[in-house]
Write a protein that binds this ligand. Structure first.
Ligand code: SAM
Ligand code: CA
Length: 219
């Protein structure tokens, strides 16, 4: 195995050697840390990677499924050009209020929109009102049981050569633990199996953080 075993020292070193995105992000990490569900926030190195990806593929329209307090929304939003936009879906008005506050502090008030409600409904509405092939990048990071639906609708919303990023696909390694038959683990296994066999896409599973599937819709 060529992957370096991750220790806190290696991780700190890695984080010190990447370009910081915005001063509001460490502040958002510390206020989110006071919440019992703080672990849902994406990792700092993942945020910088996703920001780079937005720039590399020239994304102008981003859809996020699972906003929480807005860390990943801000990371991706900061990579957008003038006139770009990020739409983020969530069901929790309380965390969405925090996200809106920090998106504003990051200068992303005009480029971002949080839509409250079940993400499947929001995505169906976007399909009706915006049409197919209208997004460049889609980040899936909400309830694992719906990943399959987010993927299928997402593929319709995504332009050719656009990218779907799906988070937590290694699920702390539980995807390979046969004894774990919890609903979320099974859903992630099913999702990973679908992507693997899907001839509409080419996929790369990255070991960053909790596992990030990078899925490109073929041209
Ligand atoms: N990307 C976020 C970040 O970096 O901070 C973390 C997202 S967190 C893992 C998952 C979010 O999905 C939660 O905020 C939760 O409220 C939301 N969620 C759960 N079920 C949902 C659903 N059916 N539709 C939309 N959002 C949902
Ligand atoms: Ca996640």
């Amino acid at each position: 195995m060529k992957t370096v075993p991750m220790t806190e020292a290696v991780y700190d070193y890695l984080c010190e050697h990447q370009t910081p995105l915005h001063p509001v992000l460490p502040e958002l990490v510390s206020i989110t840390r006071q919440r019992p569900d703080a672990g849902m926030q994406i990792a700092a190195d993942q945020g910088v990677f996703m920001n780079q990806l937005v720039r590399l593929i020239g994304a102008r329209r981003i859809l996020e499924v699972g906003c929480f307090t807005g860390y990943s929304t801000i990371c991706m939003g900061l990579g957008l050009p003038e006139g770009g936009e990020i739409i983020s879906c969530d069901i929790n008005p309380e965390t969405a209020a925090v996200a809106r506050q920090y998106l504003k502090a990051a200068g992303l008030e005009k480029k971002s929109q949080i839509i409250l409600g079940p993400a499947v409904d929001t995505m169906q509405k976007l399909l009706t009102h915006r049409g197919k092939n209208t997004f460049d990048l889609i980040f899936i990071d909400a309830d694992k049981e719906n990943y399959g639906s987010y993927y299928e609708i997402g593929l319709e919303l995504l332009r050719a050569n656009g990218v779907i990023l799906a988070d937590n696909v290694l699920w702390s390694g539980r995807v390979v633990d046969a004894a774990d038959t919890s609903a979320a683990t099974e859903a992630l296994r099913r999702f990973n199996a679908v992507v693997r066999k899907d001839s509409r896409v080419e996929a790369s599973m990255l070991s960053i953080a909790d596992g990030l599937y990078m899925i490109r819709k073929k041209g």
